[in-house]
Design a protein around this ligand. Structure first.
Ligand SMILES: Nc1ccn([C@@H]2O[C@H](COP(=O)(O)OP(=O)(O)OP(=O)(O)O)[C@@H](O)[C@H]2O)c(=O)n1
Ligand SMILES: C[C@](O)(CO)[C@H](O)COP(=O)(O)O
Length: 403
């Protein structure tokens, strides 16, 4: 049992969420995505496992994630006797309560409740929390003063009003409490039928407990969206830019007709290209190149040729879609380069218009877009004017702030 005034800290790390806003990923929910080569949660675990004041750690996971968690745990610590793993519930609030119930109440006087998906929490925040406890606080919240001007929007996406930011703070974790106090508040909240509190400080407020603010840190971000994960990965890559290059190749048959569409530009000609959509080989190859920079498959995965809705479609749709995927993953398109291999028509007179199209479709400056062309020296199927081919390269930097 604890002495009357003893301070002994338990830690609850909640990791049972599904990470829906970050989108699905082969590595699993966002707490298991790799940043700096290791799962997000293993970075979070690292800090608390090595914090000398952590007497007991409970990790709350989703029942489907047992194998993922074991891998992540192995990346952070050898089989640890201080670690208890329990299953969470459908909301964060329910997961936290499951974690609190699993703490050995006789051994722990206070608890730090931490999001698994805040891997950059700093020891200084834990020290400020301890100091607040030592001064008698029963609930401690790290937070940062809101720096931006705040607007409330109406249902149409217009500004309804400007909200004063005076006295407003953004709440972070770990949110820390006298254990018996927060356990009772959580139990009461749950018994009242509420399961939608988004943090534990609001449960303490609801229960009438005074919550003491301590300084959080700008770096202690929650990984919520896909691009947050890309930025976190970049942050752990020692400042080295995450530059990725993708390539794409496409070829379409030439048949009798009145013109070809290349890089979104129609060029009058005595033949036309046949195949998927408007058969713009250049945009198809570039779409594949962009998708390749983030392992997002190829054009056929996203726009199956068998789907009648793409018959005759403008290929800029595919390119813009690929650029959207890249940006959602935190990518900034640096460069797009297309080489056309065609005996005819002549590409030279249309090059600048084609570059302008690429810049327009990708939303980047024209000096980042290149179009080149060569004949096939009358050799092979291209030389016989039976088809046109295109090779494309795209360069994308991931993890930037402007994505
Ligand atoms: N039922 C839940 C929901 C959330 N969490 C955890 O609470 C933390 C913060 O939640 P949030 O960022 O909202 O995560 P998710 O609920 O996973 O995300 P989303 O809302 O996008 O699905 C995360 O570490 C998450 O795993 C949890 O343990 N149990
Ligand atoms: C607890 C929390 O991290 C404080 O900012 C946050 O409220 C939890 O995430 P959610 O996105 O609000 O569920």
């Amino acid at each position: 049992m604890l002495a009357e005034n003893a301070l002994s800290c338990g830690v609850v790390i909640v990791a049972a969420g599904r990470g829906e806003r970050a989108g699905s990923h082969a590595e699993g929910p966002k707490q298991y995505r790799r940043i700096g080569g290791r799962p997000v949660i293993s970075h979070t675990l690292d800090l608390f496992v090595n914090w000398p004041h952590a007497r007991h750690i409970v990790v709350v996971i989703h029942p489907d994630d047992a194998a993922l968690f074991e891998t992540a745990r192995a990346a952070a610590l050898p089989a640890g006797e201080r670690l208890t793993v329990v299953h969470g519930g459908p909301t964060r609030q329910q997961s936290v309560l499951a974690g609190l119930e699993a703490l050995p109440a006789g051994e722990v006087s206070h608890v730090l409740i931490q999001d698994a998906v805040r891997p950059f929490v700093e020891p200084a925040i834990l020290e400020r929390t301890l100091t607040a406890f030592q001064h008698g606080a029963r609930a401690v919240l790290p937070a940062v003063a809101v720096a931006d001007t705040l607007k409330r929007a109406d249902a149409n996406g217009n500004v309804a009003e400007t909200v004063s930011r005076s006295g407003l703070f953004a709440a972070q974790t770990p949110q820390s409490f006298h254990l018996a106090t927060i356990l009772e508040a959580h139990r009461r909240a749950s018994a009242s039928g509420r399961t939608d509190f988004t943090d534990d400080a609001s449960i303490a407020e609801w229960a009438g407990v005074r919550v003491h603010l301590v300084e959080g840190s700008a770096g202690n971000v929650k990984l919520t969206l896909q691009k947050d994960i890309a930025m976190a990965d970049q942050r752990l890559s020692h400042g080295l830019p995450d530059v990725r290059t993708g390539n794409g190749y496409d070829v379409h048959q030439l048949v009798e007709g009145d013109g070809v569409t290349l890089c979104g530009l129609f060029i009058a000609h005595d033949q036309k290209l046949s195949g998927h959509s408007d058969a713009d080989v250049a945009l198809h190859a570039l779409t594949d190149a962009l998708l390749a920079t983030c392992g997002a498959g190829d054009i056929g995965d996203h726009f199956p040729p068998s789907d009648p809705q793409w018959k005759g479609a403008a290929s800029r749709i595919f390119l813009e879609h690929a650029a959207g995927i890249v940006r959602a993953k935190g990518g900034t398109i640096m460069n797009a380069d297309v080489s056309l291999i065609a005996e005819a028509p002549k590409v030279g007179p249309h090059r600048e218009a084609m570059r302008r199209n690429l810049a327009d479709f990708l939303g980047i400056s024209i000096d980042r877009c290149s179009v080149k062309a060569t004949t096939n020296e009358k050799i092979g199927f291209i030389g016989r004017r039976e088809g046109i081919a295109a090779i494309a390269t795209a360069t994308v930097v991931y993890g930037g702030t402007d994505a």
